[in-house]
Ligand binder design. Structure first.
Ligand SMILES: [Mg+2]
Length: 228
């Protein structure tokens, strides 16, 4: 029996020490000519497409322009993030690298990424934190939809095609750090594990009623025992 684990990135697998927001500001200015209210923007697990709309529409940038320049923005984000990386400490969260490496060796587990990040920066962030891209066989990214609940669907479809299997909802586990991760899981009837290493209040996370809630990934084995 195959199981699929879909990892969120920021606050779940790693933290970027301000690199994400800084690169976003510079790429917005480079590509769209303004970064609006990015410095106070609440990312909160939102897909980057939604973040772009929330920041740029109030600045008078039309939606069609946001979409037309999205490929440029994605390229700019990758270049800027790579260039600024030496000035920041991108750190894997405790036990994350060890877990992902171990699960990659498993014959029954597939790992994928479901993140609000645009696709181009995913290898940059994961690589800086010590994760290897080939551990994650599929992904769904923040440039694909502004609705986070669409992303697990894309990742599951890609996993089923790649591995030639059929995955029932209870065979897929979402792991994230925000209420939005819980909502995206619920919208697709998927179990969800929340890790308290991210950017959201403990009260809000409790109130969203995830199936599992753990302080950090050092106790993820307990979740896996329920899931396997
Ligand atoms: Mg997150």
């Amino acid at each position: 029996m195959i199981r699929l684990i879909l990892w969120d990135i920021d606050g779940t697998l790693l933290r970027t020490d301000g690199l994400g927001r800084r690169a976003t500001r510079l790429a917005l200015e480079q590509v769209y000519g303004t970064s609006g209210a990015v410095m106070t923007h609440h990312f909160g697990g939102k897909p980057d497409l939604r973040t772009l709309r929330e920041i740029l529409l109030p600045e008078g940038i039309p939606d069609q322009t946001i979409l037309d320049l999205l490929p440029d923005y994605m390229q700019s984000m990758r270049e800027i993030m790579s260039a600024l990386a030496p000035e920041h400490t991108v750190r894997a969260l405790p036990n994350g690298v060890e877990l992902a490496r171990g699960l990659h060796d498993s014959t029954t587990m597939i790992q994928g990424i479901v993140t609000g990040n645009v696709q181009t920066i995913v290898p940059v962030k994961l690589g800086l934190a010590g994760y290897q891209m080939h551990w994650f066989s599929v992904g769904a990214y923040g440039n694909e939809s502004e609705n986070r609940a669409d992303l697990p669907v894309n990742a599951i479809e890609r996993a089923q095609t790649l591995h030639q299997c059929t995955l029932a909802p209870h065979e897929v586990l979402i792991v994230g750090d925000t209420v939005m991760d819980v909502h995206a899981a619920r919208a697709n009837q998927l179990p969800v594990c929340i890790v308290r290493t991210g950017y959201e209040s403990a009260e809000a996370l409790e109130a969203s009623h995830p199936d599992f809630i753990i302080d950090d990934l050092t106790t993820f084995e307990v979740v896996l025992r329920h899931f396997s």
